[in-house]
Design a protein around this ligand. Structure first.
Ligand code: DLL
Length: 435
């Protein structure tokens, strides 16, 4: 049976959701126009006044915000309230040199944690559960967000943060964790580490996992569910919109419900900016309807996905987003062919390989090269050169069918691909280093 954290809003009628959105957008645009000079300038340039926004449908009139705007306005340029009203910042890791700093009032934190609480309850969580949070804590939003949600639900919360896998396992087994929150790549690593210590999936008390912050395939989901003996739920979010909990999966596991009372979602054509009809694949754009400190309007996420309003058997009425089909900036263009790392993961797991792999792209003599290091499991590992060569050829062919180009496969011995405790680094694009 479905359970909800806030049943009234999670199962509200379409009319009620639109009514809430209409009311909130008018207030939010006024708030932003009056308090955020950077966005006021963008609106003025476009000739849009707050009075022009009378309902959620008018949102199309507003200008977009992009990551470049965030960089330009860094650090305080998009602040929607006095700093004295803010109680927290969170930030992205900034590994690509594009650090995003988000600000929160106490109201914003409460709202964010409520969204995470909805996700935990949708995964079957209640005050009877022991929720082990091994997303990173600190500036990254994963740990603090799920930690806050877990408190709200009343779970016994284990604020583990990421890493120190030995200790994760000890606490998990000693305290009987029932819900695991971390990146899917770390969940796979924990599953592997449990097996190495002789534990079978039924030896742990886990029933659910809440995994997100990076792309992962359905094949990866099945592999994690099997290794941990759980049901694995997807969760989505980004620092710019608060963090995890913007959208989450229910027991149907068919797309993530977007918390539409707080975030309005649009799908646009990434080239033209045109809003696309429901069911189209395009770039996801979010408007935060009631955040105070960092109230982004029409923020372009660069995540490519599809929205669906098809009725969900869980009873939730909020629109669902597909798993991001890749970020527009994740897509590799190799000899003119578009390749998403997720396609490579699908082939590997379907062909019975481990989820431990690394993709290396380079340019040699003006031509792109694609190499994939694929780790063998101890059972697959063979000393016979002929065995491995045969496998490499077979896997290369399977990849060609999926990708349209043939990579060079390197099967590597067990434990040679570095494991991830947070967001996995799957791609090394050496072309960027030469440029
Ligand atoms: O990753 C927030 C988060 C923490 C989400 C914990 C879920 C769980 P950022 O570091 O700002 O925030 O990265 C945001 O990560 O634009 C997506 O490209 C990607 N992403 C997040 N969740 C998913 C997911 C956090 N479920 C960026 N599937 C987003 C695929 C995801 N990609």
């Amino acid at each position: 049976m479905s359970r909800y954290y806030q049943p009234e809003i999670e199962t509200a009628s379409r009319e009620e959701i639109v009514r809430i959105q209409n009311e909130k957008i008018v207030r939010q645009v006024r708030h932003v126009y009056d308090n955020v000079a950077y966005y006021r300038n963008l609106m003025d340039k476009k000739g849009v006044k707050p009075e022009d926004i009378k309902s959620i449908d008018d949102i199309k009139k507003l200008p977009f915000l992009s990551k470049d705007d965030l960089r330009e306005a860094y650090p305080y340029g998009l602040l929607g309230t006095d700093l004295k009203n803010c109680v927290r910042i969170q930030s992205t890791s900034g590994t690509t040199g594009k650090r995003v700093v988000a600000f929160y009032t106490q109201h914003d934190i409460d709202l964010w944690e409520e969204c995470c609480a909805r996700a935990i309850v949708a995964a079957g969580g209640s005050n009877e559960d022991v929720c082990q949070v091994c997303y990173g804590y600190g500036l990254f939003t994963g740990g603090p967000g799920l930690n806050g949600g877990s408190h709200k639900v009343g779970c016994l919360t284990l604020p583990m943060s990421s890493g120190n896998t030995e200790r994760q396992i000890q606490f998990m087994m000693d305290l009987g964790s029932t819900i695991l929150c971390c990146t899917p790549s770390y969940a796979a690593y924990i599953g592997e580490s449990l097996a190495e210590r002789g534990y079978k999936p039924e030896d742990n008390k886990l029933k659910a996992g809440i995994f997100g912050a990076e792309p992962w395939t359905e094949e990866m989901r099945r592999s994690i569910e099997k290794s941990l003996g759980i049901k694995a739920y997807d969760i989505y979010g980004l620092t710019e919109t608060s963090g995890p909990g913007v959208a989450f999966e229910c027991e149907e596991q068919r797309g993530m419900h977007i918390n539409e009372d707080h975030f309005y979602a649009e799908i646009i054509d990434p080239e033209t900016g045109e809003v696309l009809p429901e069911g189209s694949k395009g770039e996801l754009v979010f408007t935060s309807l009631d955040k105070e400190a960092f109230p982004l309007l029409r923020y372009r996420t660069r995540d490519i996905c599809i929205l669906s309003r098809e009725k969900c058997s869980c009873g939730r009425t909020h629109v669902r987003m597909s798993k991001p089909l890749g970020r527009s900036d994740d897509m590799l263009i190799i000899r003119g062919v578009n390749v998403f790392p997720s396609q490579i993961e699908t082939v590997l797991l379907n062909e019975g390989y481990t989820p431990n792999y690394q993709i290396i792209v380079d340019r040699v003599n003006n031509s792109d090269t694609l190499d994939i290091n694929v780790e063998l499991s101890p059972e697959q590992f063979s000393d016979k050169v002929g065995d491995n060569q045969r496998r490499e050829i077979q896997l290369g062919e399977a990849m060609r069918t999926m990708l349209g180009i043939k990579p060079v496969i390197h099967l590597v011995p067990p434990k040679t691909v570095v494991r991830s405790e947070g967001k996995a680094v799957r791609v090394i694009d050496k072309r960027k280093l030469h440029d």
